[in-house]
Design a protein around this ligand. Sequence first.
Ligand code: NAD
Ligand code: TYD
Length: 353
Amino acid sequence: MKTYLITGGCGFIGSHFIRYVLENNKSSSILNLDALTYAGNPLNVKNIEKNYPGRYTFIKGDITDETLLKNIFSENEIDHVIHFAAESHVDRSFDDPMQFVKTNIVGTTVLLNTAKEFWQKDEWNSKRFLHISTDEVYGSLSLEEDAKFTENSPLKPRSPYAASKAAADLLAQSYFESFEFPVLITRCSNNFGPYQYPEKLIPLMVLNMKNEKALPIYGNGLNIRDWIYVEDHCKALLEVLEKGQVGEIYNISGEQEYSNITLVNMICEIAASLTNKKKDHFKKYITFIKDRPGHDLRYTMDCSKVQSETGWKPSHNFIENLTSTVQWYLTHNEWVRSCELSLQKWMKSHYAI
Ligand code: NAD
Ligand code: TYD
């Protein structure tokens, strides 16, 4: 039996990863440490304890809490740490950068340090500390530029969120360089799928369509993102955990680039078809609003390293996955209601529409 300490397992990607590991690695058990911030939702892990008896434990707590982490490591034989917990929304990082520093930088360091303290050095060859990061640490490409980011591209983060993730990456890497501590880092592109807190583009658009509300697009809508279905990301993470080399960084992307306006138009058409409305029904709600400060134009990564070292490839059925995602947000009313209070507060403070 292998025990995985997952941080941020009540968030979007972490909750998918927990289900994926429990289903695909029958000799695994999970400790999920999550502070349940506005983005952490107990409904994201509903039924996991029941469906996988004896293999799942939830611990409510903060990754910056050294005493708690020491207790967790002293009371459990942890084989691998998979570190998702973070403040993850770029727009919120402009308003409260210090919270991003606390969770993403300090929290990551407390976690690294505690694992290093409790894992005996002679066991390090069988341990893994997988730090989950983002393409945003590389900064922005221009729309015309052909070169993709590789794992060796310089870090040029442009938002407080991206800067806090870059700092965390460097700290994680320093634990490998200084101590040979078994760290691996993955950097992924924009994820989509069920259970994503609806401050992010895709669920926000679907819920606003559902409520016949404005669809706010920053600037001219020509910024490009590379989208990956969250299950593809989870598959890649397990591959990296099992086959990746310690001390290495792995880029992961879905190889599906769309401008925001193209993507929102696609979602409008999918939602119209799923709700039996005219094809262009929701497009009238598209509203161009003041651009995000320092809005990164485009990220795209070369992912040949993860593909050649692990054999993983993204699934490439983008429309199918996008359609099932739109359908999920249109039909999961209990989940949507559970986000409503905090979401309304955010929408009021952030969007003047
Ligand atoms: P999320 O915001 O949905 O979830 C974050 C989770 O971390 C929540 O459950 C929250 O309660 C928890 N958390 C926050 N602060 C905490 C703290 N101090 N202590 C313990 N738990 C805390 O985020 P996500 O979208 O699932 O992203 C997970 C990771 O993947 C993050 O590190 C993010 O930077 C990275 N990432 C995300 C994307 C994406 O598209 N969502 C892309 C690339 C990388
Ligand atoms: P987001 O989902 O916040 O992810 P990220 O900032 O990590 O890429 O945003 C995706 C893209 O959508 C990004 O270019 C910003 C844009 N966007 C809007 O145009 N309007 C919105 O209301 C939001 C939330 C995002």
